[in-house]
Write a protein that binds this ligand. Sequence first.
Ligand code: SF4
Length: 344
Amino acid sequence: MKKGIESMKTDVLVSIRNLVKYFDISGGWLEQLRFTGGRISRQEVIVKAVNDISFDILKGETVAVVGESGCGKSTLARTVMSLYPPNSGEIYYQDKRIDQLSEKQLKYYRTRMQMIFQDPYASLNPRMTVEDILSEPIHFHHPSMTREQVKEKIIKVMKQVGIDPDWQDRFPHEFSGGQRQRISIARALTLDPDFIVADEPIAALDVSIQAQILNLLMDLQQENDLTYLFISHDLSVVEHISNKVAVMYLGSLCEFGETEHLFSNPNHPYTQALLSAIPKLGQRFSHTRLPGDVPTPINLPPGCVFHTRCPYAREICFRQVPQLIKEDGKTAVACHGAAEGWLK
Ligand code: SF4
């Protein structure tokens, strides 16, 4: 059964349906053995990173995914990019289901969907020049392009991201962190994608450079008609750059909706706590501190995964998983309290 946010518009570019991604970290056969009560048993250890997530991304919009470290947002991004196979669920790109395609069948979609990684130091091969880094995906996906056409494309994308095309013979270590991230963005643009997943693209950069890269991403979105899935833990950045926000907690979607509405009127208790952590000019800082720690994704709490830390939890929360329900047409919330009206 489909659930979650389903757009009424037809201009959906990427659709995620009931996506589940688990990792088996049991290790080898011997490591799985447990001795309990004088008996030997075998125990699997499964990290439940993404649990039943559904939402649509419309053409030209930026959907941000937020949540604490370890909530599954990067796993969600990599699964959407088909870098990890999902355990279940569906991923559609323009109505074409792509989660079951072979690597050969995915080749076309890999040109349409590109990714920018967090660490520009690790994501660029230090032994390759900028020219090699930028030409590699073009040679792989468009082998018939002539040398001149490839050169022309490289110069175009380098100009677009603000790197002097005369520097294409240089190696990554000759650039600053911000310039490297620009080269990573240029590499993502070489195949003229429609959809870019940006996984914490400014988190590893100096604060002084972050705004420049954000502005560059926003300019490129206008110029190249791009759609973004933007992963971030920085709520101020998300408020600035995104049209919609997906709030994740422990692998589950708590709330999804239009950025402006969600920031001014958060419904889910976890969203409320997250947003309270943003300092506001002229206001005394009062952060809602959640009790306890985030439970392990190996052993998820039953019912609502947030119930161990939620100040509003009631009996139903301990046993029944809340469904994502549209609250007001602009946001959808997975919370029994919000649905039944007993949140303050
Ligand atoms: Fe809190 Fe219950 Fe809502 Fe979960 S469902 S966020 S525990 S009130």
